[in-house]
Design a protein around this ligand. Structure first.
Ligand code: SAM
Length: 801
């Protein structure tokens, strides 16, 4: 670790002593209070070196006992390199240290502290014993604590940098090898084709060959880590999916150098990982390390996959709070418990398995085997988290029972796809069996952290959220149908699908506990969803954790948001009693929110201290007639105003609205190509992309009209954008025609006139603009009043064209 920049004149140090003086004045001496200033100081030091202080850190000692240490400092990979244990002012520190030592506390780099004194242990020996009432000694102790590098971490930092540099190279070489084998090795070609077909049936019929090749590459690059870090040498033999992929991988490597020789450039990294993992004292730490490693690996290697599937693992305080809350809901509402027979539980988006592992910790020992064998279920659609989850869950079972038992409740499957009627074999026979068992189970608890994103920004990324016939149909016939909003595409965000899916999945009674985007609480487009939630459930609790950076630019995602993301987050409990069917009435809704400006650590601390939903001070919400839940600051008389326009009276002469026609602007989804200040330049660009498109249609027609469109298009070619609509036209082999009359003047932004290629084929949405401005002449004849749409971020404005 680098040296801390810390002087007695620095604010962190001054604040530390000032707060202690205040406590002194009020005669406060107990550890709970006097440890706070030191925690803040440690936290600010940790931040300097890109590390994180985790307060009240639960871990196991070498002899397996669970302890909660006052703080652990983790590096950016979640590896603990320092610990802190605080004591009261009046405590005898050496005596307290001896007690902790006997209880098996770690002594690798541990600071035992009272406001007067620090005893620092390093490598099991006292390295420092100082009076810290003077800043110089305090600073020296902190420098010692942070400068310590455990031997196993020596190579780690360099190896990580190495890995980041080497992995893309090696992945490219593997890709070249795959391409070459496709050409030259019929056995590999066949093995791959079988596997590709299996993946398309199991995951997504539109899955591209590239995505499956990437899966194979990920497997080859990471399989050793799973074997060694988790100490499960038989992993690829025992895991039903890994076994399948191994066959393809063997076919790939059959004529090549051995797999070990191929991966030799990564040896240094693998060894460093294996050594670093030895720092983890218990399996939870290993899990955390691998989770973080996994996140970083994805960030560096496969950003678009991470984007589509919403890969962020869930912070422990959130998981703890949700699991405990579910247990209390079960007890209070149903007089049941997580351990009870018949309480089937599912995490439909299991990621690396945090929720299931945590649930298992709360299940009674006597009930665990039955639960584990029959009543715990989960799905994951991505290969690496699926591996990690399987290992994590099996390890937790091993830890609890001393027996290794494969976890058959996990399926490699797309949860939303499971709604479709027709399903072929899902990867392997065993995986298909698991899905069947899961579908037959009567779910009582759905818990988890669903993915959320709203499509990718760049249409060329080729990983837009996929469509699901049945799932999207359920949204359309419920949330969308009952929405009065014009813009309703946000209802197809995966987190909304997840809530719809879970509401249907729990049957007549049960509880859904999801941590999600909090947008559904107040956005316009979600009025229909809010209506259905109140119809589908009896009681709803929503704890708003805030953190919407787009709405409040004073916030920072990394500092204030519990996931470090830009969109607001809430923990939601949706409860359905069996009486709902016979005695339907709108749900009671309870809401609470944390302080908008709390840092994420403060939010974690709040969750830890509250433990579960019954300790929260809830406010009951009374929705208005338009299903607005958060009505504070709204004016009831608004409903009496004549609307400017409405969906019902649009295009009709009658109806009580000021205007009969209104429209959003044009959405080309390719502004850089479809707008320009220079007409000639725009004409050239349009001519080029139409030419590229038509040539691709010809190629597809000649080659094989039924092959997926993805394999014909070059998404890296910036001269054309392959949007959903254009891809659909390519699929139907439709030609595009260049229309000189479609070059029109337009108002790109207020007071910014540009030429636009105004064309049905190449504008993703023209809304009503082609009716407002059907010909070039109407551009000057027709007048339009422009206003920002409802819920816009800026204050109200308007102008007339
Ligand atoms: C936000 S993460 C969940 C993290 C998890 N709770 C944890 O702490 O590790 C969402 C996970 O759901 C998976 N996922 C996304 N869409 C899915 C789908 N349709 N079916 C199954 N899993 C899905 C993603 O690959 C990702 O691992």
């Amino acid at each position: 670790m680098p040296q801390l920049n810390l002087k007695s004149s620095h604010k962190a140090i001054r604040d530390y002593y000032a707060t202690l003086q205040q406590y002194d004045r009020h005669a406060v001496t107990h550890e709970g209070a006097v440890s706070n200033p030191f925690a803040f100081l440690l936290d600010s030091c940790a931040k300097q070196v890109n590390a994180t202080l985790i307060s009240q850190y639960a871990m196991r000692t070498t002899n397996g006992n669970r302890i909660v240490i006052d703080g652990a400092i983790l590096d950016e990979f979640g590896l603990p390199f320092a610990y802190w244990e605080a004591k009261d002012i009046d405590d005898n520190l050496p005596k307290a240290v001896a007690e902790k030592q006997a209880a098996g506390y770690p002594l690798d780099n541990t600071c035992f502290q009272t406001p007067q004194r620090i005893i620092l242990y390093q490598n099991g020996q006292i390295a420092l014993d100082v009076d810290i009432t003077e800043p110089a000694e305090l600073i020296a102790a902190l420098q010692y604590l942070f400068a310590y590098v455990p031997p196993a971490l020596d190579n780690w930092q360099t190896a990580v940098a190495d890995f980041r540099e080497h992995v893309p190279d090696l992945a490219n070489r593997l890709k070249e090898l795959i391409d070459q084998r496709h050409e030259t090795d019929p056995a590999f070609k066949e093995a791959f084709a079988d596997f590709y077909e299996t993946c398309r049936t199991a995951i997504n019929p539109e899955l591209s060959q590239d995505a499956v090749e990437e899966m194979l590459i990920q497997h080859i690059l990471t399989e050793r880590i799973f074997r060694t870090v988790f100490e499960r040498s038989d992993f690829t033999r025992r895991n039903i999916i890994a076994r399948e992929i191994e066959n393809v991988s063997d076919a790939l490597m059959r004529h090549a150098v051995s797999r070990d020789a191929f991966l030799a450039p990564l040896d240094r990294f693998y060894i460093a990982i294996e050594q670093a993992a030895t720092l983890c004292r218990d399996f939870t730490q290993k899990q955390h390390f691998l989770n973080t490693f996994y996140e970083k690996f994805f960030q560096g290697f496969s950003e678009d996959v991470a984007d589509t599937h919403g890969i962020v693992y869930t912070p422990q305080p959130i998981v703890d709070f949700m699991v405990k809350s579910v247990e209390h809901v079960l007890k209070t509402e149903f007089n049941r418990s997580l351990s009870d027979t018949g309480v089937h539980i599912i995490d439909p988006f299991v990621g690396t398995g945090n929720f299931i592992v945590r649930l298992m910790q709360d299940i009674r020992g006597t009930a665990l085997e039955k639960k584990y064998r029959n009543e715990l279920h989960c799905n994951e659609v991505m290969l690496l988290p699926y591996y990690i989850a399987s290992l994590n869950i099996e390890q937790e079972y091993f830890q609890r029972t001393g027996t290794y038992l494969p976890f058959e409740g996990i399926a490699l499957a797309d949860t939303f796809e499971l709604l479709e009627q027709e399903q072929g074999e899902l990867f392997t026979r065993e995986n298909t069996e698991r899905v069947k068992r899961q579908k037959a189970a009567d779910m009582f608890v759905v818990i988890g952290n669903p993915p959320y994103n709203m499509g990718q920004i760049n249409e060329n990324d080729n990983n837009k959220n996929r469509k699901y016939k049945a799932m999207d149909g359920r949204i359309a016939e419920t949330y969308t149908k009952d929405s009065k909003a014009t813009l309703r595409n946000k209802l197809y965000d995966p987190y909304v699908k997840a809530i719809r899916w879970a509401s249907d999945r729990i049957g007549e009674a049960g509880v859904v506990a999801f941590v999600t985007n909090n947008g559904f609480l107040e956005r316009m487009a979600f009025d229909g969803m809010r209506k259905h939630l109140t119809d589908d459930f009896d009681v709803i609790y929503t704890l708003d954790l805030g953190g919407n950076v787009r709405e409040n630019p004073k916030l920072s995602g990394t500092t204030h948001n519990v996931f470090g993301i830009q969109v607001g987050v809430s923990i939601n409990l949706f409860i359905k009693r069996s009486s709902l069917k016979t005695d339907p009435k709108p749900a009671e809704i309870f809401y609470a929110r944390v302080d908008e400006f709390w840092r994420k650590e403060e939010k974690y601390h709040y969750l830890n201290s509250k433990q579960h939903y019954q300790n929260i001070d809830w406010q009951q919400l009374t929705p208005d007639s338009r299903y607005t839940w958060l009505t504070e600051g709204l004016h009831a008389e608004f409903d009496t105003f004549i609307p400017m326009g409405s969906k019902e009276t649009k295009n009709t002469k009658d109806g009580e609205t000021i205007f009969s026609l209104y429209s959003l602007g044009v959405a080309t989804n390719r502004d850089v190509l479809a707008y320009a200040f220079d007409l000639e330049l725009l004409q050239k660009r349009v001519d080029t992309f139409i030419e590229i498109y038509n040539t691709t249609v010809d190629r597809k027609r000649r080659y094989n009209p039924t092959t997926s469109v993805e394999s014909f298009i070059d998404t890296t070619d910036s001269r054309i954008k392959w949007t959903r609509q254009v891809k659909a036209s390519l699929k139907k082999l439709e030609q595009s025609v260049y229309e000189a009359a479609n070059f029109r003047t337009s108002l790109y932004r207020p007071f910014c006139q540009k030429y636009l290629y105004f064309d049905h084929f190449w504008n993703e949405e023209r809304c009503q603009q082609h009716r407002i401005f059907p010909t070039p002449e109407t551009e000057t004849e027709n007048r339009v009043i422009c206003v920002p749409s409802k819920g816009g971020r800026a204050d109200f404005w308007c102008y007339l064209t």
